[in-house]
Design a protein around this ligand. Structure first.
Ligand code: ATP
Ligand code: MG
Length: 445
């Protein structure tokens, strides 16, 4: 993309309505625009990041054997009356009446709808296990929408639902989700810690929330500092292997890590004092096992091998895709702007032409632009007639992890400058080497 032809409405001033850094930087970098309280347009740069996160979520879900589908945002109230949640859900549910006076709602979640799909099409243990998921907009009429996309009213969520014959199988699905979520967050360059949580209106016995540590997080968290050393890394996971998934889940959850909802001061005190941490965290996902809570009232039954018909065991699992954009910025920024991890960056590298209009500089930039694209990468080329300082400030603000700076003086010596946004370190090297270096960095992502 050439910046002169892109739509990147950056703001020079700090918007006064933004209380936290991610909200401020998303507005300043021209990523979002608020359209109503808690409702945002995703401008091109923000949309690229959102799409990238969706892509990672899809890949990791499908790696775990989960199947994508797409359910609508608007739902009929009838299903919710069957489960008993239509009245229970309260004012967070946006209720709508259509022209025929039918009660509708903008879905805050999809347990009822997926249970309806399941009961209409699946009737035998032979079709199990099954996990279906989608990435779709949700609406929750939050009392206090705030912090930009972190607590919106309309927000994008990946929600997945597992269907299993037995509780044991459903717990495998739970563990599989836990492991695949950890892999998902790690690929985004984030560390999210699974913490035992309260189940809230979804209901159920087992539930873990995934929290990213950040001072601006809304939840108070208590943990053993050792949980932050655990990484899935390049470990080979066989998602069908029950023992392996349980093993990984136990290894992660053996150490104390809880939100204030489930915090147990007595247990916490048993951790050696120098490892006890009290901090704040952002919830970026949650998994639940809730057994037959929906399948029983809604009659989602399956035949067992003995021919008996029993309610299917279920769980639901959510990732806050749009909230993650904010959480990523909370975890990756400095006073100049955003610092995208390579896994989620909207463009792989920026090209800054220090002297637009200079024949050599223009030709070198065009060459770099073409060479990066030929390697399957997406560069953002700042080809505007602007001062170098303004170009650097924009690149720093929007946070691309790598910048290639091209100027007539360097070109005379056959070099361009490659700069890391995170460390600020620069290196002079031949243009082909800069391209090769960047291609290598992204090769495994
Ligand atoms: P919270 O406690 O933050 O209100 P929740 O526990 O009600 O969230 P879940 O039902 O667990 O939310 O939804 C799954 C994920 O969707 C959450 O982990 C969070 O990342 C995201 N999410 C929930 N509510 C919002 C919101 N209002 N804005 C943005 N993302 C949200
Ligand atoms: Mg939750």
């Amino acid at each position: 993309m050439r910046l002169s032809r892109y739509f990147l409405p950056v703001l020079k001033e700090n918007p006064s309505e933004a209380q936290i850094v991610s909200h401020r930087l998303m507005l300043r970098a021209g990523m979002i625009r608020q359209q109503a309280a808690g409702i945002y347009s995703w401008l091109p740069l923000g949309y690229r990041v959102l799409r990238r996160l969706e892509q990672i979520v899809h890949e990791e879900q499908q790696r775990a054997g989960h199947i994508p589908l797409l359910m609508p945002t608007l739902q009929s109230a009838d299903l919710w009356k069957e489960s008993g949640r239509y009245d229970a859900y309260g004012p967070e549910m946006l209720r709508i009446r259509d022209r025929h006076d039918r009660d509708m709602l903008y879905g805050p979640t999809n347990e009822e709808m997926i249970t309806d799909i399941f009961r209409s099409h699946v009737g035998s243990y032979k079709d199990l296990p099954l996990t279906l998921y989608h990435i779709q907009w949700k609406f929750r009429d939050e009392v206090r929408p705030r912090f930009g996309v972190m607590r919106g009213r309309e927000f994008l969520m990946k929600d997945g639902y597992n269907f299993d014959l037995t509780k044991e199988d459903a717990l495998h699905a739970y563990n599989r989700h836990l492991v695949s979520y950890l892999r998902t967050y790690e690929r985004m360059g984030l560390q999210a810690i699974p913490m035992r949580a309260d189940s809230g209106p979804i209901g159920g016995d087992d539930t873990h929330e995934f929290l990213v540590l950040a001072d601006t997080g809304e939840s108070e968290v208590f943990y053993d500092s050792r949980v932050t050393d655990i990484r899935l890394g390049a470990r080979d996971i066989d998602y069908d292997d029950k023992d392996q998934c349980r093993g990984v889940m136990e290894e992660f959850t053996a150490l104390y890590a809880r939100t204030d909802e489930t915090h147990d001061a007595g247990l916490f005190e048993q951790i050696p004092e120098d490892r006890r941490r009290v901090a704040r965290g952002i919830e970026v996902g949650q998994i639940f096992y809730f057994g037959t809570k929906y399948s029983e009232p809604m009659g989602a039954l399956v035949a067992t091998p003995d021919g008996e018909r029993v309610p299917v065991h279920m769980g639901s699992h959510g990732i806050g895709v749009s909230r993650l954009v904010g959480a990523l910025i909370e975890a990756n920024h400095d006073d100049k702007g955003i610092i995208w991890p390579e896994g989620v960056t909207p463009f792989h590298a920026g090209i800054v032409n220090l002297k637009q209009g200079d024949a050599d500089a223009d030709a070198a930039c065009e060459g770099l632009y073409a060479a990066l694209r030929a390697r399957g990468l997406d560069p953002l080329y700042d080809d505007r007639e602007e001062r170098a300082g303004a170009k650097f400030a924009t690149m720093d603000l929007i946070g691309l992890p790598w910048r290639i700076t091209v100027g007539p003086r360097g070109l005379k010596a056959g070099v361009v400058e490659l700069t890391s946004r995170r460390t600020g370190e620069s290196e002079e090297l031949a243009p082909e080497l800069a391209v090769a270096r960047i291609a290598e960095i992204y090769a495994g992502l």
